[in-house]
Design a protein around this ligand. Structure first.
Ligand SMILES: [Zn+2]
Ligand SMILES: [Zn+2]
Length: 323
């Protein structure tokens, strides 16, 4: 796992535990890490998982398309967008993003997922500005559960504890086939070519009248990565369940401990509360996000969280993480 940031360096611990996992490249882009109001340093909520040639976006705060352009993320790519809840700082970037996609002649389908209200929002805005997409646009109103299932990954959602209905999401990469043992295949007289391929994707093949099962030549499947995005929310058990053993938990950390009462009233978490959730969930890494504009320097949030969960980082805009 490698880490790049426009902000402060994290030190060696981040690099030293990058033991996973091989396979398809996964890069996390933090496009907006601020709470409620954009600041000079922090745009509004948006995180992108770049997976192979696809973009999976969580939230699309105002200004997200500009952040994408700075981050070098193309508007033409295969893409899905998952909105957590119907607060402006998490979805007002959607219409501008779609308009730019159309101006650039996007043809690939775009899928937008979110809680109840997302369809009305997209319809109203598109109707008011007389926007006709150049691409197939599918808007899905979803609840908790497995909301997306592809050949390579699944997205799960869970209701978390905000002041309006709010979904947290997990990106779960499917296990990848184990290592192919060439020596074993040759010893069993399996000729190179289509039969090797068949064994690699789990099919039994027949060679010289003998059935060869995949487990004779393919190692155990490798686990995929799991990334969980949970904001805006108070600390809650649903997040613990969704984030169980996640490689990375990205969690609401709007305030420090002195503002715990305010955090609770507003439906948010403190850094220490986020840390307790990461610990309970046995997550590997915690990234604090949705940082209130009052923290020009978020050192207090980092300190409070690391006391409870040492493998914490504070997100900064345009920070990336390779898994
Ligand atoms: Zn928010
Ligand atoms: Zn909110």
């Amino acid at each position: 796992m490698t880490y790049m940031s426009t902000g402060t360096s994290l030190g060696d611990w981040w690099f030293s535990s990058g033991s996973r996992i091989g396979g398809m490249s996964v890069r996390l882009h933090f496009l907006g890490t601020g709470a409620s109001i954009p600041t000079k340093d922090r745009n509004l909520s948006s995180v992108v998982v770049r997976y192979d040639s696809e973009l999976v976006m969580f939230d699309c705060g105002e200004g997200t398309q500009k952040q994408m352009s700075i981050a070098g993320l193309s508007l033409a790519k295969k893409m899905k967008i998952f909105i957590s809840h119907m607060h402006g700082d998490h979805l007002l970037g959607l219409s501008g993003l779609m308009q730019s996609m159309a101006l650039l002649g996007r043809e690939k389908q775009l899928d937008v997922y979110g809680p109840r209200g997302i369809m009305k929002f997209v319809d109203c805005v598109n109707d008011a500005v007389q926007f006709n997409p150049t691409f197939p646009l599918n808007v899905h109103e979803i609840r908790a559960g497995r909301v997306c299932d592809t050949r390579l990954y699944e997205i799960h959602s869970a209701w978390v504890d905000h002041v309006v209905p709010c979904l947290a999401y997990s990106f779960v990469e499917k296990p990848k086939p184990g290592k192919f043992n060439v020596k074993a295949a040759r010893k069993l007289h399996v000729p190179e070519g289509p039969l090797w391929k068949a064994l690699q994707i789990g099919k039994t093949v027949r060679v010289r009248g003998r059935m060869i099962r995949p487990r004779l030549v393919v190692g155990p499947p490798k686990p995929g990565c799991k990334i969980v995005y949970a904001t805006d929310t108070r600390p809650c058990d649903e997040t613990v369940r969704l984030a169980s053993k996640a490689d990375i938990l990205i969690h609401d950390s709007s305030f420090d401990s002195s503002l715990e009462e305010k955090a609770s009233l507003d439906g948010h978490s403190t850094a220490a509360q986020a840390a307790r959730i990461a610990k309970k969930a046995k997550a590997r890494k915690l990234i604090l996000t949705h940082i209130s504009a009052r923290y020009r320097n978020p050192a207090v949030l980092l300190r409070e969280s690391r006391k409870i969960f040492p493998k914490t980082a504070v997100a900064s805009d345009l920070m990336t993480i390779d898994l």
